[in-house]
Design a protein around this ligand. Structure first.
Ligand code: NAD
Length: 259
């Protein structure tokens, strides 16, 4: 998608990866940008507004665990921008000691945000179509034992997003879907891992986890924005150590139809 003149909604835009993605998006001549996040970073917001006078930048306070916050934010954004073309679901939490919250933020939140955004974007409902980008993880591609709950939530995001990319839905709504699976990225999410693992006892997995190579958030962000510009509906992209690799997930089951 050519981002020139487009309206973008970014959830988690003040986070480690989110900030860098917003900065990368603002290098393109986008028309408007809404940042949905739990708390406002007013300094950064003011800086972005000053540096980008031609882009309408809006902040909406959203606790993604609250469906009503999501609904209010999309309504306000649609009223201000007229429509939006791209949504990035980039909020997240990695803390397996908080089971419900991990599922609420990483999976339920993404589902509620996606389905609410679709109400406005779906061509069959008077929308203009567009692209929804859901940030999963490498933990959403294969089981990550140290963080089993987070891994389950992210696997849910991958599968939910792939399911919505079904060509039958795309033909109906004109809304494409891509799944982004970053590898380890140097942000606050990875801090204090030892107190966020599924189980409290020590395992060699933790020592290994602490040695895994991390990419810079800027590198992940550059590739994410290029993915928005180039990826096809249904793509699952692993963004690992500054590279992008399309993941080909095979069909493991096909329904056998009655005669
Ligand atoms: N950092 C990594 O190694 C890594 C790897 C793979 C995937 N990811 C995913 O990338 C995304 C961004 O993560 P990050 O590394 O920038 O983490 P981060 O902790 O820096 O940012 C997380 C963002 O989510 C927001 N958030 C948290 N709880 C929220 C809530 N209840 N309501 C609304 N917003 C909320 C935060 O305010 C913040 O903006 C997440 O989905 C994360 O799971 C990160």
């Amino acid at each position: 998608m050519d981002l020139a003149g487009k309206n973008v909604v970014y959830l988690g835009g003040f986070g480690g990866i989110g900030q860098k993605c917003v900065q990368e998006l603002l290098k393109r001549p986008i028309k408007a940008l809404a940042i949905f996040d739990l708390t406002e970073n007013s300094e950064l917001l003011a800086k972005w507004k000053n540096e980008n006078p031609n882009t309408d930048i809006l902040y909406q306070k959203v606790d993604i665990t609250q469906k009503s916050d999501i609904e209010v934010a999309y309504k306000a954004t649609a009223e201000r921008f007229g429509h939006f073309d791209v949504v990035v679901n980039g909020s997240g939490l990695m803390n397996d000691r908080l089971i419900e919250l991990t599922i609420q933020i990483n999976l339920l939140g993404v589902i509620n945000s996606t389905l609410t955004a679709l109400e406005y974007m779906d061509k069959a409902k008077g929308g203009k179509g567009g692209l929804i980008v859901n940030i999963s993880s490498v933990a959403g591609l294969q089981p990550t034992a140290l963080m089993a709950v987070y891994s389950a939530a992210k696997t849910g995001v991958t599968t939910f997003t792939r399911a919505l990319a079904n060509p039958i839905y795309y033909a109906h709504s004109g809304v494409g879907f891509i799944t982004i699976c970053p590898g380890f990225t140097d942000t606050g999410l990875l801090e204090d891992i030892g107190n966020k693992t599924t189980f409290t006892y020590d395992t060699p997995m933790l020592a290994m986890f602490n040695k895994v190579k991390k990419q810079k958030a800027e590198d992940c962000a550059k590739n994410l924005v290029v993915a928005i510009e180039t990826a096809k509906n249904g793509a699952v992209l692993m963004l690992e150590l500054g590279e992008t690799k399309e993941v080909d997930i095979p069909d493991l089951w096909k329904p056998q139809l009655e005669d």
